[in-house]
Ligand binder design. Sequence first.
Ligand SMILES: *[C@@H]1O[C@H](CO)[C@@H](O)[C@H](O)[C@H]1NC(C)=O
Ligand SMILES: *[C@@H]1O[C@H](CO)[C@@H](O)[C@H](O)[C@H]1NC(C)=O
Ligand SMILES: *[C@@H]1O[C@H](CO)[C@@H](O)[C@H](O)[C@H]1NC(C)=O
Ligand SMILES: *[C@@H]1O[C@H](CO)[C@@H](O)[C@H](O)[C@H]1NC(C)=O
Ligand SMILES: *[C@@H]1O[C@H](CO)[C@@H](O)[C@H](O)[C@H]1NC(C)=O
Ligand SMILES: *[C@@H]1O[C@H](CO)[C@@H](O)[C@H](O)[C@H]1NC(C)=O
Ligand SMILES: *[C@@H]1O[C@H](CO)[C@@H](O)[C@H](O)[C@H]1NC(C)=O
Ligand SMILES: *[C@@H]1O[C@H](CO)[C@@H](O)[C@H](O)[C@H]1NC(C)=O
Ligand SMILES: *[C@@H]1O[C@H](CO)[C@@H](O)[C@H](O)[C@H]1NC(C)=O
Ligand SMILES: *[C@@H]1O[C@H](CO)[C@@H](O)[C@H](O)[C@H]1NC(C)=O
Ligand SMILES: *[C@@H]1O[C@H](CO)[C@@H](O)[C@H](O)[C@H]1NC(C)=O
Ligand SMILES: *[C@@H]1O[C@H](CO)[C@@H](O)[C@H](O)[C@H]1NC(C)=O
Length: 792
Amino acid sequence: MGRTMSALLWLFPLCFAGGVLVHGQGTPDTTGFISIDCGLSEQRSYVDGTSKLPYSSDDGFIDDGSNYNVSAEYTDLAYSRLYPQVLNLRSFPGPPGRRGCYTLSSFVAGTSKYLIRATFMYGNYDGLNKPPVFDLYLGVNFWKTVNISKPDVMDVGEVIAYIPADSVQVCLVNTGSGTPFISSLELRPLEDALYPLTNSTQGLSLIGRYNFGGDYLIRYPNDTYDRVWVPQTNQEWFTISTRLTVAMPVDDDDRKPNYDVPSIVMQTAVTPVNTTKNLIWFPWEAQPNHIYPLPGLLPVLYFAELELVDSEHERMFFISVERNSTWMLLGRLDYLDTFVEYRDAPFPFINPEDNYILLRAANATRLRPVLDINGTVLPPFINAAELFSPISTADVGTEAQDVSAITAIKTKYQLKKNWVGDPCAPKALVWDGLNCSYPISRPQRITSVNMSFGGLSGDISSYFANLKAIQYLDLSYNKLTGPIPEGLSQLPSLVLLDLTGNDLNGMIPFGLLIRIQDGNLTLRYDHNPNLCSNSSSCQPMKKNQNSKNSTYIYLLIAAAFMVGGLVVLLVLVMRGKQGPTKPQNEESDLQTRSRNRQFTYTELKVITSNFQRVLGEGGFGLVFDGFLEEGTRVAVKLRSQSSNQGVREFLTEAQNLTGIHHRNLVNLIGYCNDGEYMALVYEHMSKGDLQDKLKGRDDGDGCLTWKQRLRIVLESAQGLEYLHKACSPPFIHRDVKTSNILLDENLKAKVADFGLMRAFNHDGDTHVSTVRVVGTPGYLAPEYVSLLRLRI
Ligand SMILES: *[C@@H]1O[C@H](CO)[C@@H](O)[C@H](O)[C@H]1NC(C)=O
Ligand SMILES: *[C@@H]1O[C@H](CO)[C@@H](O)[C@H](O)[C@H]1NC(C)=O
Ligand SMILES: *[C@@H]1O[C@H](CO)[C@@H](O)[C@H](O)[C@H]1NC(C)=O
Ligand SMILES: *[C@@H]1O[C@H](CO)[C@@H](O)[C@H](O)[C@H]1NC(C)=O
Ligand SMILES: *[C@@H]1O[C@H](CO)[C@@H](O)[C@H](O)[C@H]1NC(C)=O
Ligand SMILES: *[C@@H]1O[C@H](CO)[C@@H](O)[C@H](O)[C@H]1NC(C)=O
Ligand SMILES: *[C@@H]1O[C@H](CO)[C@@H](O)[C@H](O)[C@H]1NC(C)=O
Ligand SMILES: *[C@@H]1O[C@H](CO)[C@@H](O)[C@H](O)[C@H]1NC(C)=O
Ligand SMILES: *[C@@H]1O[C@H](CO)[C@@H](O)[C@H](O)[C@H]1NC(C)=O
Ligand SMILES: *[C@@H]1O[C@H](CO)[C@@H](O)[C@H](O)[C@H]1NC(C)=O
Ligand SMILES: *[C@@H]1O[C@H](CO)[C@@H](O)[C@H](O)[C@H]1NC(C)=O
Ligand SMILES: *[C@@H]1O[C@H](CO)[C@@H](O)[C@H](O)[C@H]1NC(C)=O
């Protein structure tokens, strides 16, 4: 079982610590125990004399605060021999709101219930002689206020809580009444069946744990879970005891005890010395605090008959917790068998002076017939008690993925700030520069991170991309270098990304450009001299680039090409089958450069962000969405290896198109003929193809109006007419269909897909003969199919 494995693993640190504890038969299990002597010099550890448990220094659990020893006058207190842990401590100076947090992790599998104990002994360590008051948190849930009354008093906070995660933080929070400190911190795993009052939303904060009639402190190893049972005696009580083992009841369902008190604790009990008197006990020190001004009381009382009761006697008594009201009647308990009395709902808070527990024998004459008592009633007794106040552990804090991401970011940039504890909770202690959302009964999420002027250096952590709920990310004015992580574009809610004033390089990721284009992301990146948008190799990107600008550029391209087109065509024809090469004049204007641009396969990968977004599929292969460096959106038609259109068709399309430009023909921006890879780079047509539009598979712009339809027909025809009449040689498209008519932002039609296009070289002829029919069945002219002759 997993527990055995963990037990073996646990032995290793023990060996290194020089521990004398050997895990074997008869020795209680210490798997998962964490025992920290806070303030001990780094790397030190020792075996505690009383418990024989190894204690270690707190390095590895915390990275701030400073170590102190208590002042000399407090080193020789009676209990400091039992608890040497109190002789040194760690304190956390700082302003109100400052947290110091211990992270306890590497929990054993198989349990989610833990006992966590923190011990505080001031001992005038700081020479101020002013014991502080501060708050203690378990994770993000308030645990208790530590109010140190005197320098020599040992204050203990203990909680039994359900911890579903594999780590928990214990935090000390400065509330403006002195510097928080801690002397020791202990964690003990419990069986899940124990303390059923502890569940995922309720923890039990200990008021006290008492062993009646005991005469020394009982803890580990007598108590397997290292609970500390404090002996209780006084002169009005008489101790009864036994040497025989006292049994614990087990749950009917899983045969495990819900309450498990060591037999040695149950083997003693007290009863009133004056048998006619009640047994009264004033244990209650419930301390109201600012979170729980009226703390409730959850008592767990343990009884086991230690004397054989003959038929002449009866044991029967009433238990009261509030004055003048009876909680319950108890009697006829089994010999040497533990009976547990507890409450599901806490007793309400009463003024501390009025709190007591009273056990009163049911001896009144009038009760005898009712209770069916024949013999003499024996006085009441009690063996052990635990008193708790419930605390809420319902607040789950920040979502785990956000926590691990922001923690990784904190580590990477070595941030100090107030970045300790949970990032978002409690709300008053949210980390500097973070904003969070606080949904009811769900984990909190980080919604903004502002690390502006944070002195960050190195590259942008990829962990930012794990903050899935982030809306604002401000990294402006740092010394960040390297590229912008592509992953940032996957953040669904990101509306502002400010990278101003860094030293980033590379290109702006494709995904971010899409988001900008969609209009729901603002990207700021000024003053990054090496960002590609600003280098000589690519053009400055216009912010908020929209399709109007693109259209404008295309018109410019068109105009320029009308002039220069024939020249370029001539050059290409002369280069023939050697394939197109780069334009000779690198510095030529944008229009010409773009039109004839030859891309490498690597460049295409960058442009399409590794062929991430598919726009559609043609006979040629898949068509991918992409962005040129300057922000122009393009469609990249990559020839697939299995394409049924061959290399010849590809070259046909590429060569034909470089010489053609018309406002109703889709504009070729460039091509790639890089080894086995071939691709065409077209202008992006944002409204897709006409077929989808007619079928209603569009983006919700509604149906085309009659006027729009007429215009599309006219424009498509104008594109074809240009091919037939204006080009020299003329071209026949041979695959005109609605899916090859694309629409731009303004629903302007452009004919696309020129893979089957054929030049028609015979001047004056009005007919073209082909060897075979090509095109798409259903879109072929009947006379062409029957005669293999095309009329133009
Ligand atoms: C505390 O006392 C021990 C010796 O008893 C010493 O080694 C240690 O350095 C002291 N720590 C501090 C913080 O003064
Ligand atoms: C701390 O305890 C003292 C009495 O012991 C009390 O007067 C004081 O108000 C308490 N402080 C806080 C902040 O609870
Ligand atoms: C935890 O126990 C408390 C008190 O019995 C109860 O009110 C609460 O609903 C329980 N929570 C869960 C999650 O069961
Ligand atoms: C309790 O612990 C003491 C040592 O602290 C040991 O001598 C004793 O035998 C233990 N008793 C039981 C019942 O385990
Ligand atoms: C016992 O208590 C009763 C009052 O409850 C008192 O009258 C009696 O004297 C006491 N007996 C002894 C032996 O103290
Ligand atoms: C109970 O009543 C009997 C007489 O009926 C008396 O002898 C005995 O002392 C009483 N016990 C207590 C605990 O009051
Ligand atoms: C309890 O009852 C007694 C009289 O039997 C009375 O004097 C006292 O005030 C009551 N206490 C409370 C807290 O009600
Ligand atoms: C009390 O006495 C009656 C009659 O003698 C008997 O039936 C009953 O069981 C006795 N009760 C107890 C608790 O001994
Ligand atoms: C974050 O919270 C602070 C303080 O409430 C507020 O001033 C700031 O505008 C918030 N920032 C964002 C990005 O919401
Ligand atoms: C980030 O903080 C700076 C001041 O430190 C402020 O100028 C800037 O507006 C903040 N950014 C956001 C997104 O709130
Ligand atoms: C941004 O726009 C895209 C497409 O228009 C949409 O899917 C996404 O939900 C939007 N995101 C936000 C945060 O509005
Ligand atoms: C571009 O680089 C120049 C210096 O090379 C710099 O002055 C300018 O701010 C940069 N522009 C942007 C948008 O980063």
